[in-house]
Design a protein around this ligand. Structure first.
Ligand SMILES: [Zn+2]
Length: 120
């Protein structure tokens, strides 16, 4: 992968990173706004489930942030775009769709098939 492609993916990852952080910020603000002004227990229950939903979302965002940081580290170390399983190029098209991936499509397909076989 050449320097131009690497800086393209760095931009892409940094942009996605700031989008997630922005969204997480909005979510926290929303949660604070809701406070406890809902005396009706039904409303309260639905707020609780909303809150659980948001917390789950944020868990997923957190793990995506970790993956983005790891991808940025791989750009710095020169490992970006190389499949961590077989060592071949992941391919620009696949990285554009999923810049945090660490597996080429063949290894990913094989890993998913293995997961399915284990019932995960
Ligand atoms: Zn591979």
């Amino acid at each position: 992968m050449n320097d131009q492609q690497l800086s393209y993916f760095r931009e892409l990852l940094l942009k996605r990173r700031s989008e997630i952080l922005q969204y997480a910020d909005d979510t926290v603000t929303d949660m604070n706004d809701q406070s406890d002004n809902y005396p009706d227990p039904t409303d309260r229950a639905s707020i609780e489930s909303d809150r659980n939903f948001i917390l789950r979302l944020r868990e997923r965002e957190r793990s995506l942030l970790v993956k983005i940081d790891e991808a940025l580290e791989r750009i710095d170390s020169g490992d970006f775009g190389v499949c961590e399983s077989c060592g071949s190029d992941i391919g620009v098209k696949r990285l554009e769709a999923r810049p945090v991936t660490t597996l080429c499509i063949e290894c990913k397909t094989r890993a998913e098939a293995a997961e399915k076989a284990r019932g995960e």
